[in-house]
Design a protein around this ligand. Sequence first.
Ligand code: RP5
Length: 191
Amino acid sequence: TEQDLIDELHAQAAADHDPETTPDVGIIMGSDSDLDVMSGAHEALDTLGFGEQTDFDDAPDERFTYETYVVSAHRTPDLMYAYGETAKERGVEVIIAGAGGKSADLPNMTASIAYPLPVVGVPVQEKSVDSVIGMPTGAPIVAVDAGKSFNAALSAVQMLARGYPELEDRLVEYHEDLVADVAETSAKLHG
Ligand code: RP5
């Protein structure tokens, strides 16, 4: 039930845990119908060598990991509150939050609740952009363009990399591969 999930989040926040085994990036989305778009974040994190953590108490081998929750600002506001409120204590260092529709409130509400943890917002559709980025002064969110969850993950890792130089190396390597791909495509087109 929703209450079980909320209790679990609070128990995890209260427990002692090795920061190396907690999820570093938390991915949340308003509905499982957002998963297609949000899977770009998974793809980027997988590319950067992150492991998917499906069990808080059983970390995968990868040093850096991410977790995924479906949390709805409108259908499960208590769960949204609990996730945002416990994220830091649970070891999450940056949140990627996606929502669609015209009332895409999960990213901006979570940014307020989890503050000062950074939240990278993903408007799942074009019509969600204003809702995600429209925050009052003093209540920050950073956001990517509609559907660009891949970039949201890269931004999240850029933030994390300030504390973990190893991640900076991975970002540089990713960029070098990207440049090489473009160069290769260009070379092919020009014979
Ligand atoms: C939003 O409403 C969700 O983020 C989703 O994009 C949209 C529609 O949700 P479903 O009706 O498909 O569950 O809150």
